[in-house]
Design a protein around this ligand. Sequence first.
Ligand code: AMP
Ligand code: GLY
Length: 423
Amino acid sequence: MQVLVVGGGGREHALVWKIAQSPKVTKIYCAPGNAGIAGIATCVNIPADDIGGLKKFALDNGIGLTVVGPELPLTMGIVDSFEKDGLRIFGPNAAVARLEGSKQFAKEIMREAGIPTADFAIFTDAAAAKKYIREKQQPLVVKADGLAAGKGVFPCHTADEAVIAVDRIITQKEFGDAGSVVVIEDFLEGEEASFICFTDGTTVVPLPSSQDHKRIFDNDAGPNTGGMGAYSPAPVVTPEVHERAMETVMKPLVAAFAARGIPFKGIIYAGLMIQNGIPRVLEFNMRMGDPETQPILFRLESDLVELMEGAIDGRLAQIDVQCDPRPAVCVVMAAKGYPDKYDKGSAILGLDDAAQIPDTFVFHAGTALKDGCVVTSGGRVLGVTARGATIQDAVASAYGAVKRIGWDGVQYRKDIAQRAFGR
Ligand code: AMP
Ligand code: GLY
């Protein structure tokens, strides 16, 4: 079977790397891909949100399965569009992808299904939102409703900060239409984890737990990013928390869509805040996490293509997920300036040297080939991923490889997975 993977980040490199190990797969294309993906797949120069272009490519090239990495094409309806032409595609339809595309919709579904989440209110009017803020106990979190590349969320310590956030979203329209609605929710304390599952609309099959590192600097300082590193498993997801997340989040969510008669298949990624063993949902994503995918797929022993086809065909109840018990970690190496405006085009040195370290793999994110040389072309550039007998061993291997790689202005966190050390 020929597979098309949509996207070109670190998550997509990990997806392509894992899909290439499936005995079912004869050839992989990736649109648009990156310099690392080009080593295992044929990269096609079609942007991830060009649904018409991607569909034409899939039809013309006999693609047997399309796998969508990022959220934008999903919320734009790529799955509905491909299925209309009889193409097999792994991911949620637009009606389900709204869970990620609209925080208001996600909160309303959670309220309806009794899924634990922060209390909230919804506003389209700045004055009404500010009145609510002045009457509420702080801290609050102010969020733009729509997709904002992780930037539309403002944790606020004081009412004044929350009022400024409302103005940035509604009045100044910093996030365009994504900010025509704001969600204001109570601030939840605890430790975060990413809980990612496959579903076919009936059965929910969990992948190993993981934890992302959202802030740019060590000790969770500085602004939020797409994610500066991740590890799996996350010890905060104890067997009891896992069971609670399945029973109070995953199963009620799938049942809520079944009750509405909406077919639900693909990934459910719940961003959880866990306090005293109780998981509450911060957000739903309808795709794999980046960089969580890198350590998770490093540990997954099962055939990923079999899992994806099982979700499409409603056979997940018959599929068992096998995992390497050894922990894995991914350290993101980013360009100078990220998450703001960043440098591009720096030559990356040391990749061959880093590849010598056993049980380690360098996934590419924002990389490109220029005159036969790998150069930086995005904010997050590489995801250096390793496994080990213990999380400390995995971390030592990953940073061993990181130290062999360099370019002008490279930045990375030095404390990825340290939270897991003490457990
Ligand atoms: P979201 O995109 O909604 O997951 O928000 C991005 C990040 O903001 C999360 O990963 C949390 O670190 C933080 N966050 C979001 N909502 C809350 C909340 N209600 N309480 C505390 N932190 C939050
Ligand atoms: N790492 C966070 C995300 O993929 O949304």
